[in-house]
Design a protein around this ligand. Structure first.
Ligand SMILES: [Fe+2]
Length: 203
């Protein structure tokens, strides 16, 4: 279903992504645009965007840009569904449509953290940047409907997102500065991270 509001949001987001070289500038401009979009989300979210799965949280694609520079998803979270600890290697803008999304931050404290994000190619599983990673737990954010949260890479925003078992079905919009078909997953005990492919439903 085509929606002028959604089309305009995507046009504006694409313009920001190409105009601003700095991810921080980009999310700064897109955050209020995302917030305005949230108040109209019910008018463009289709049944396909709202699919859920009892086995795991569901990623329903709204836009995957042809040049790979931008992607937008509707994520549906049932109670008790969480991501692993991860980072995106990209900027992102998250907006909550309904429910309550919880985000738990992790802070990297190993000595390699200062240079790793800028210099290591995460696609190369053999490099040393994927091991000897130490994380500590950081703060928690409870994101209510209408809330917008953003992040930027380098250093990457390491986090877990989801809904507690006693929470409610939650729908959120996630815009990223690339096609989010993989991200890096962290293993606390092994002190390692791995690049993991991400599945999504097409619209
Ligand atoms: Fe994330």
């Amino acid at each position: 279903m085509s929606s002028p509001l959604l089309d305009r949001f995507i046009e504006d987001a694409q313009a920001c992504a190409s105009r601003y070289a700095s991810p921080a500038d980009c999310v700064d401009v897109i955050a209020p645009i995302m917030q305005r979009l949230l108040s109209h989300a019910e008018s463009f979210l289709t049944d396909a965007h709202l699919r859920s799965d009892p086995a795991h949280y569901t990623r329903n694609a709204i836009l995957m840009s042809a040049d790979g520079a931008l992607s937008l998803y509707a994520l549906v979270w049932l109670p008790g569904q969480w991501t692993p600890i991860h980072d995106h290697g990209s900027w992102g803008v998250v907006g909550v449509v309904q429910g309550m999304l919880e985000e738990r931050s992790y802070i990297r404290i190993d000595p390699n953290r200062a240079t790793d994000d800028n210099q290591i190619d995460k696609s190369d599983a053999t490099n040393n940047g994927d091991s000897n990673i130490d994380l500590v737990r950081g703060g928690v954010f409870l994101l209510a409907p209408g809330t917008v949260s953003t992040f930027v890479p380098n250093p990457d925003h390491i986090h877990v997102t989801g809904v507690p078992a006693n929470g409610q079905r939650t729908v959120s919009l996630h815009l990223y500065g690339r096609n989010m078909n993989h991200f890096c997953v962290y293993d606390l005990e092994k002190r390692a991270r791995t690049r993991v492919a991400l599945a999504h439903n097409e619209s």
